[in-house]
Design a protein around this ligand. Structure first.
Ligand code: CA
Ligand code: CA
Ligand code: CA
Length: 399
């Protein structure tokens, strides 16, 4: 996209943290100039339409332990690994990443039932820059949009995100009755979350949650552990293990009113990251902003993230045949219960024993119980791989 190609905004990337006031002036004038030539409507879609990155599903009994030891990630197949070749330098778009300067490998995982993203971040850098207490620190920046809703996650003080071509004319003018400070609490990081993770972090928190809701970086919503053996200014290998929770709403008041994103198999979420490589503690800016998204401004606009799919379990973690089921009381007055088969494997026959003397050979039966009570209900299945049974004791409770 010519209009807002990161290459048009080189000073924006380099100077952001150190001179935020100067940041927007050149960008706005460039954008305004291009707008005068061509007004291109931007589609609210994720970037890299031809690539869907994969999020590995850990079995519930093999959730990674957040201890900095990467061995519990060995089960993740290579097809899940996202390496340096997927990154582009926003500061110098034509530059190729020299592996002697920086090299990274990222694995992303999830666990069915938890609305968390687990990460293993492994990097080699020629100069680890982490002596300062502020933002001048080698950084792994991630942006998570757990429901892929897209849209700005940055407050209206960042006017480049609220330009008409980006969010529509109606949203372009912040309401003058609402202060920028007030809007910050309502917008920044609330519907998608940006974490600046300090790699490594020494004498500082593991990250800055760049959000009105800074509590999201605390346990149990997040957790991290790192392993390294180098001093500031040295080269070396770095390992970081962490998880974060995805939120559709994360407000400044704290977790009590927060709404987690709901993760499910095959769901697409929005996610991207950038490695901000500092290689000189005395330099004012960074010397590389290596971005997974082709759009520099993904840091504040969830519509510019990449698509990641929450994958099903890999076949080697599934039993060849296993009986599983759930139920719903459809109508308590009639004691009407709908049963849903969730079994794994190839199945040729189902037999349900509802616990009241009645049975069924349907896959997903509906049964009306005659009397109130608590029942032991059993599903038996069979297939080429054998048989399996699953009972539930007194889960079916009817009045
Ligand atoms: Ca571990
Ligand atoms: Ca470097
Ligand atoms: Ca560095």
């Amino acid at each position: 996209m010519l209009l807002l190609h990161p290459g048009r905004l080189p000073t924006l990337a380099a100077d952001f943290w150190l001179d935020s006031a100067a940041r927007f002036a050149p960008a706005l004038s460039i954008v305004a100039g291009l707008l005068a030539i061509t007004a291109v409507p931007l589609a609210p879609a994720l970037e890299k339409p031809d690539i869907t990155y994969k999020v590995f599903q850990f079995p519930a009994d093999q959730i990674p332990r957040i201890d900095g030891d990467a061995s519990d990630w060995a089960m993740v197949p290579e097809s899940y690994v996202i390496e340096s070749d997927q990154l582009k330098n926003d500061s110098h778009p034509d530059q190729k990443l020299d592996p002697k300067n920086l090299s990274v490998r990222v694995k992303v995982g999830w666990v069915k039932g938890l609305n968390r993203l687990y990460f293993l971040y492994e990097a080699d850098d020629n100069y680890w820059d982490f002596a300062q207490p502020g933002l001048h620190n080698d950084t792994f920046e991630i942006v998570v949009d757990g429901d892929a809703s897209g849209g700005p996650l940055i407050d209206k003080g960042h006017k480049e995100f609220w330009a008409p071509d980006r969010v529509g004319a109606a949203a372009a003018t912040p309401d003058p009755r609402i202060s920028v400070d007030e809007a910050h609490w309502a917008i920044h990081g609330v519907q998608a979350q940006n974490y600046h993770i300090f790699t490594p972090h020494v004498n500082k928190d593991w990250c800055m949650a760049w959000s009105a809701a800074s509590w999201i970086k605390e346990f149990p919503w997040a957790n991290s552990a790192q392993k390294f053996n180098f001093k500031p200014g040295e080269s070396g290998h770095y390992t970081l293990e962490f998880y974060v929770t995805a939120f559709d709403y994360a407000g400044p008041e704290g977790p009590q009113r927060a709404v987690e994103s709901v993760f499910a198999e095959n769901k697409i979420i929005g996610l991207a990251w950038a490695i901000i490589d500092y290689d000189d503690v005395n330099a004012r800016g960074n010397n590389g902003f290596w971005n997974l998204s082709p759009k520099h401004t993904m840091y504040g606009n969830a519509s510019e993230l990449c698509a990641f799919k929450l994958m099903p379990l890999e076949p080697q973690f599934l039993k060849p045949i296993e009986a599983l089921w759930s139920f719903k009381v459809v109508d308590m007055d009639r004691r009407l219960v709908a049963f849903k088969d969730l079994s794994v494997g190839k199945i040729t026959a189902w037999k349900w024993d509802f616990g009241d003397g009645a049975t069924s050979t349907e896959q997903h039966p509906i049964h009306a119980y005659a009397k109130p009570g608590s029942y032991v209900t059993v599903l038996d299945i069979e297939g080429p791989a054998g048989t399996s049974r699953r009972s539930k004791v007194w889960d079916i409770q009817l009045k």
